[in-house]
Design a protein around this ligand. Structure first.
Ligand code: NAI
Length: 275
């Protein structure tokens, strides 16, 4: 676990930011706004929740398990941040609608939404990909973004506008062997983002996609050292990124500092795509 959990356990510095985050955190002035972060208890989502909280936002943490969302929300609350945790599967339409409703009731609206929850899927080629695994990856990585975005747009209209950030990937721009469903889903996230940006600009809602390179999170930590070294070499910076480096871009997009940014794919990839 990054951030909150690490410093609480090791240094007892409740009230401080994590060591990594405090090196470069910028206050994006999100006081009075509520942010939903899906997949918010781990990796990139946890770093995003911390960064938005450090900029003053109230946080609605969504993830699969009740104890995990409650733990993350409780740690934010101990730092004086308004926060709730909601356990759900983001591919369940009714659960998503109910979670937006609960967020509005508990935290007074939805102004920022980061649709970040995702899974990797099996490493098999397109010719061998099982259908059930294809459907699950598309459900969790693409249909969930449609469902979350749809419910969030309704709430943002009521709030007079907002900023949606959908977590894509470098694999939303290029292919990757052994990753057919994931790559298709992430390309879909970029298209969904561009379309919603045009459709909801008049509602005061900006919609953008973020495309991380390979980031050092629990999603990758079970990988053998050799495979990791190969991945590092594919980035111009010759390393993996950190969740906090992705969170810094997300926080900017969430804020009024990005008021002319909509309908775009923003790489944060250590030069992966710059070949
Ligand atoms: P992670 O595995 O650390 O975190 C993902 C979170 O999403 C977990 O807390 C998990 O419980 C939650 N989640 C998974 N399925 C869910 C569901 N059906 N409903 C609710 N929550 C669910 O992964 P990481 O690396 O932080 O990834 C976050 C996002 O960033 C994903 O969309 C991933 O595809 C994307 N990404 C990650 C990259 C990486 O190298 N780590 C690179 C590019 C994009």
């Amino acid at each position: 676990m990054r951030g909150l959990h690490r410093h609480d356990a090791g240094q007892g510095r409740v009230g401080a930011l994590s060591n990594t985050l405090e090196d470069f955190v910028i206050d994006y002035r999100l006081q009075g706004r509520t942010a939903i972060v899906t997949g918010g208890v781990s990796g990139i989502g946890l770093a995003v929740a911390e960064y938005l909280a450090a900029s003053g936002a109230s946080i609605s943490v969504w993830d699969l398990k009740q104890d995990a969302v409650e733990q993350t929300a409780a740690q934010l609350r101990r730092r004086g941040i308004q926060a709730i945790g909601i356990a759900l599967d983001v591919s369940d339409a009714d659960a998503v609608e109910a979670a937006v409703q609960r967020t509005v009731e508990a935290l007074g609206g939805v102004h920022v939404a980061v649709n970040n929850a995702g899974i990797s899927g099996p490493a098999v080629s397109s010719g061998d990909h099982p259908l059930d695994a294809w459907k699950r990856v598309i459900d969790v990585n693409l249909t969930s973004v449609f469902l979350c975005q749809r419910a969030q747009i309704q709430a943002m209209r009521a709030a007079g506008g907002g900023s949606i950030i959908n977590m894509a990937s470098i694999l939303g721009q290029v292919g990757y062997q052994g990753s057919a469903a994931y790559t298709a889903a992430k390309h879909g996230v970029v298209g969904l983002t561009q379309t919603a940006a045009w459709e909801h600009a008049a509602d005061g809602i900006r919609v953008n996609a973020v495309g991380p390179g390979f980031i050092d999170t629990p999603l990758l930590q079970s990988m053998p050292a050799k495979a990791r070294a190969t991945l590092e070499s594919r980035h111009a910076l010759k390393r993996l990124g950190t969740a906090e480096e992705v969170a810094a871009l997300v926080a900017w997009l969430a804020s009024d500092a990005a008021s002319f940014a909509t309908g775009a794919y923003y790489p944060i990839d250590g030069g992966y795509l710059a070949v």
